[in-house]
Ligand binder design. Structure first.
Ligand code: FE2
Length: 427
């Protein structure tokens, strides 16, 4: 028996020691020890072998544009949107594509192999849509890129947004997006949710809306999103991104809302780095965190996936395509410090987000796509603590990124040997 690739000696996220054999781009065997020939052996001894990272919320049309044509001086969401409006007429097909492909290289190097990106449809040229559809085709051998038609300036607030959003869907964009809290009135926001969910239901598409990304506790479009999901039979295919207003909502109202979201099987996608950075900007002190109620949602059985949202763009001046950074921030902001909760945070940037994106071929199981990441950590919690190095990344059966172990190459002046930041916890 001969395989294309065997990843040997790794530790799976559930703690099992396992070798993983790959044939024809899919996982052929997972066993404690596989003794067979292979075209390539990857040594994963004492390392976590996890399914690849998944980012369920990103803006690839804006990424790596930081400083063009200027930086966001106030740091607010609204100035970011205004700044993006200044940048949009300056975009070229080539520049969008070049930045997106550069970002995809960063992503691969960090073991991030599935990304749902929103793409702005408020541009009559639909230049970014065309560019990202090309990027999606180009990176398909190693990244699952899913596009969301996103009317950034408002489905109704922008005169041609609705027509352009539908054109984008006709061109092959995968998911229906929206931004109800940015419409001119609450009523328009509500109407946009209904309209967009109906468009999705007619076309058999998923929905992922920027929903209530505001500190205004009266922004309640998630209620309508859950209602339309039920009415149109879209259960399990709808996500509400951000849901920041829930942080500020009245507790009694939330006690009614959470069961409705759970019943509709609407998933939630908080974006911890961006929420903590952009929300609460109008507050003095105490200053709100602006991230939605993650622990409470999980307690109600609502699926939650953490997204990155932005890297070096009009809204956020940092970022490295590292979903461990995202989970690390989410863990802190949501105060998820119990080992089970930390482990859940790892799941929220891997398996939970893959489920939100509907990735059927994802996961470390026989017959699934052979995509995985070898991390310099013993388990998911240690991976979070260390923001562990990605030592080897395999995408659809091929090794696409490799690096040396950092700690073993670092020595401290005046001390013999090397340092090791791994730490075995008591059983
Ligand atoms: Fe976003």
């Amino acid at each position: 028996m001969s395989f294309d690739l065997i990843v040997k000696g790794g530790i799976l996220p559930d703690g099992r020691a396992a070798d993983i054999a790959v044939s024809g781009g899919t996982i052929a065997a997972i066993e404690p020890s596989i003794q067979a020939e292979a075209g390539r052996i990857v040594d994963a001894s004492d390392c976590l072998v996890a399914p690849p990272f998944v980012d369920p919320h990103f803006h690839m049309d804006a990424t790596l544009s930081y400083g063009i044509p200027r930086i966001n001086a106030s740091g607010t969401l609204l100035e970011g949107i205004a700044l993006w409006g200044e940048l949009k007429p300056l975009l070229t097909h080539e520049a969008v594509k070049e930045r997106a492909l550069a970002y995809c290289d960063w992503a691969v190097s960090m073991g991030l192999l599935a990304i749902r990106t929103h793409v702005d449809t408020c541009d009559d040229r639909l230049l970014a849509v065309e560019a990202l559809l090309e990027v999606k085709r180009d990176v398909a051998p190693y990244i699952d890129l899913q596009l969301v038609a996103f009317p950034q300036d408002g489905l109704y607030r922008d005169r041609t947004a609705r027509a352009n959003t539908i054109r984008a869907l006709d061109m092959g964009v995968d998911v229906v997006g929206g931004i109800p809290h940015f419409e001119r009135t609450m009523a328009d926001g509500t109407r946009s949710v209904t309209d967009l969910c109906e468009i999705a239901a007619t076309r058999g598409l998923m929905v992922d809306m920027h929903c209530d990304e505001t500190d205004d506790p009266l922004s309640r479009h998630i209620e309508q999103l859950a209602y339309e999901t039920q009415r149109l039979g879209l259960q399990g295919r709808v996500a509400g991104s951000h849901l920041s207003s829930m942080h500020s909502m009245d507790n009694y109202y939330v006690s009614k809302l959470l069961p409705l979201i759970a019943e509709a099987q609407v998933a939630a996608i908080p974006n911890p780095l961006i929420n903590i950075m952009l929300q609460g900007r109008h507050d003095t002190f105490p200053k709100r965190r602006g991230m939605t109620r993650v622990k409470e949602m999980l307690a109600h059985g609502i699926r939650v996936g953490f997204g990155q949202d932005c890297v070096l763009d009009p809204w956020y001046s940092l970022g490295t395509a590292d979903m461990l950074d995202v989970a690390f921030m989410g863990l802190h902001v949501a105060q998820m410090s119990h080992p089970d909760e930390m482990r859940k945070c790892f799941d929220m940037v891997t398996v939970e987000s893959a489920a939100i994106m509907g990735l059927d071929h994802y996961g470390l199981e026989i017959g699934k796509a052979a995509s995985l990441v070898v991390l310099d950590a013993a388990n998911p919690v240690e991976a979070l603590r260390l923001r562990a190095e990605r030592l080897c990344v395999v995408a659809k059966g091929k090794v696409v990124a490799e690096r040396e172990r950092r700690d073993t190459s670092l020595s401290i002046a005046g001390r013999p040997g090397t340092i090791n930041r791994r730490h075995k916890l008591p059983d």
